[in-house]
Structures are given as C-alpha cells and as structure tokens.
Design a protein around this ligand. Structure first.
Ligand code: HEM
Length: 365
C-alpha cells in the first residue's frame, strides 16, 4: 500500500516537472551566450548590441533614440482603412515603407527631418537579417530602454516589408485640430482619445529641429533625456514666450526659455475630451509606463495580425529606474497652471529651487 502511494506520488511529481518544463523551456541560441523562448528571437541579441553600441552611442537616451522613436510612429501610422474603403491603397502600417520608399515619403510635409535617422539606420538594416519593417520598430523599442523611467517596450518580428508607399496625409501635423487628430488615430487603428494621450508620452523624450529651424534641438519639456511626467506638467503651464523666432506654423507659446510647445500638444492638453486624461499622467510614473507600453504595442503592429508575428520582448533591456521627481520648474508656481480638467484639481507639486528654469537644447550626436 505504502509502495503504491509512493509510486503515485513519484508520477505526480514527474508530471508536474514536465508541465513546468514545457512552460519555461528555452532554446540555447547559437551565439552560446543567450537563450530565448523562440529560436527566431536569437538573432536579435546581436542586432541589439550593434545598435546600442553604434547607433545609440553606447546606450544613451539621446538624439538618435528620440528620432528612432519618432520613426516608429511615422512608419506605423501610415495606414488608413477610410482611404482603402474608397478603393485606393491605404498604406500598410508598420511596414517599413517610410524607409523603403524614402524618396517618396520623406517629401510628405509631416515627415520633415525623418530622412536623417532613416539614413543612419540603413547600414544596420543592411548588415542584419531583419525586414526594414521589423527593424524600425525594434530600434525604437531598444532605444527607449536607454531612457530612465521608460517602460520595457514589447518587440515583435515577422512583418513583411512594404511593396508600396503609404499615402500622404496619414501622419498628423502639429497644426491639425484635435478633431482631426483624434479622427486620424481612430481611422488608423481604432485608437481611443486616451490612447492618443498615452502615445504622446513619447514627447517626454523629444525635441524639434524643424518647427522653428532657427533653434534645432529645442525640447518639448525640461528633461528630454528622461522618460518622466514633466511633459504633461509643463504643457499645462501658461505659455508666455517663444523660445526662438515665433510665428511658426504648429507652434504656440511655451512657459520656459529653451522649450518649444506644439500647438497640437497644447490643444490636446486643454480639450475637454482629453484634458483630464492628460492631467492624469502628472506625477503618475506607473501609469505613464503602463499606458504608453500598451498603446505602443498596439501602434507597433498596425497593419498586421499580431498572431502572425513572433514576440521577442525578452531581448529588450530593462530601462534604468526613474531619475526625477515631478515638479514645477524653478520660477513658476501652481498659479501658472492653466487648469483644463473640469473634474479633478491639478496635483500639488513642489517647485524646483533656484533661478528661473531655462532649458538647454538636445545636443546633436
Ligand atoms: C498628434 C500627434 C503628433 C504630432 C502632431 C507630432 C508632431 C511632432 C513634431 C512636429 C515634432 C518635431 C519634429 C521636428 O521638428 O524635428 C515631433 C517630434 C517627435 N515626436 Fe511627435 N507628434 C505626434 C505624435 C507622436 C507619437 C505618437 C510619437 C511616438 C510614439 C511621437 C514621437 C516623437 C518623438 C520621439 C519626437 C522627437 C524627435 C527628435 O527629438 O528628434 N510623436 N512630433
């Protein structure tokens, strides 16, 4: 009897072990260093290490990272079921068309400046065995992992490359109305207003070269090297100055010397459909991370059935922890906030000590 009980215990243990093995089984990659849940992900480790070293200057959260993130968006948003419903080609979403048809798509007004990063990424695409579509989204996700406070973004591979360019006017412009921006995102992939706000967290690690071409590298918040909530705070401050010449299309006054504000960000921060969502990111690093990660995941597979792709998120490094506390820039107080959310007061934040904040440009690298 005791022997029988022991035998069945042993077989239960063996079954449990097998089930556990099936759940966690990993393949050893040919590089002899890494393991992966899917052998197809193995090749990505070398691509990651190459771009970290040679595109992102040894793992910085600098200009190339910002530009690579912008490129993920400008490629992916190039899809319009509403254009397709009129019998024209509506674009393939995240299909690499922006780089494959660079000569066409970089002439679209909204894509001004993306040729720079396309040209920098091209040799990496040529020396690795990834589609252009996959590389663009991969580079963006890896780059963001260099920014303190960022979420660990998801990565998929298996997107076929574009055979046609995306149509013009699929990328929103900073002088578009909130109506037209929300409609564009909804058409492209059913994004809600809240998801649009979440995607704009990207502007926390961003600068403009072309909105006011006299001041290239002018950031959208005072901490363009940190994935923090300052962007959502500072866009809510009253605009008082133009950092450069002023009078540029798509630009409105900003609250700080050296900082530029897009008309679209300003309006989304103040529109009744988006203002409370915008404010909800203030001093909420956890929401910033989870909402951006989810919206980015959706954006990155636009035009594809996610079940036809292979997820390789394990290749993405863990980003450094947040390195900033939410604050009002030195010289400004709660009275400088233009309260737009009708239902919830703006959170109380400390003001940075010292003389009035003046923001430095993002250095070109
Ligand atoms: C309403 C939608 C959006 C508009 C109107 C918009 C507009 C702009 C503009 C005008 C610039 C400055 C470009 C320059 O002059 O160099 C910019 C920069 C940038 N955008 Fe957006 N954007 C939008 C959404 C997004 C989204 C969804 C992402 C990514 C998920 C994104 C990522 C970036 C990044 C990272 C930069 C900085 C690039 C750099 O520093 O070189 N944007 N955006």
């Amino acid at each position: 009897m005791a022997l029988k009980a022991l035998a069945s215990l042993v077989s239960i243990l063996a079954a449990l072990q097998a089930a556990n093995g099936a759940l966690t089984r990993r393949v050893a990659c040919p590089d002899g260093v890494n393991t992966a849940t899917n052998a197809a992900c193995c090749a990505l480790f070398a691509v990651r290490d190459d771009i970290q070293q040679n595109l992102f200057d040894g793992g910085e959260c600098g200009e190339e990272v910002h530009e690579s993130l912008r490129l993920t968006f400008h490629d992916a948003i190039g899809i319009s079921p509403s254009i397709a419903s009129r019998g024209q080609f509506g674009g393939g979403g995240a299909d690499g068309s922006i780089a494959i048809f660079e000569d066409i798509e970089t002439n679209f007004h909204a894509n001004l400046g993306v040729d720079e990063i396309i040209d920098e990424q091209r040799p990496f695409i040529q020396r690795h065995n990834l589609t252009t579509a996959d590389f663009i989204q991969f580079a963006g996700a890896i780059g963001v992992s260099n920014c303190p406070g960022a979420p660990q973004l998801d990565v998929f591979i298996g997107r076929p490359d574009a055979t046609q360019p995306a149509p013009d006017k699929t990328v929103p412009e900073p002088f578009d109305t909130v109506d037209s921006i929300l409609a564009r995102f909804s058409d492209a992939g059913g994004f809600t207003a809240a998801e649009v706000v979440a995607l704009l967290a990207s502007h926390t690690i961003a600068a403009a070269d072309h909105v006011d071409p006299t001041i290239p590298g002018t950031p959208f918040d005072s901490t363009p090297e940190l994935f923090d909530t300052q962007f959502f705070i500072e866009t809510q401050l009253r605009g008082t100055l133009f950092p450069g010449t002023g009078g540029n299309q798509g630009e409105v006054e900003s609250p700080l010397k050296g900082e530029i504000r897009l008309q679209s960000d300003s309006e989304l921060a103040r529109d009744s459909r988006t203002a409370c969502e915008w404010q909800s990111f203030v001093n909420n690093q956890a929401k910033l991370q989870s909402a951006f990660k989810a919206a980015f995941r959706k954006m990155t597979v636009l035009g594809h059935d996610v079940n036809s792709l292979i997820e390789c998120s394990e290749v993405v490094p863990t980003p450094p922890p947040p390195a900033s506390n939410a604050h009002l820039p030195a010289g400004l107080t709660h009275n400088d906030i233009e309260q737009a959310c009708a239902t919830t007061p703006f959170p109380t934040l400390p003001t940075d000590p010292g003389p009035a904040t003046s923001v430095a440009p993002v250095p070109p690298s």
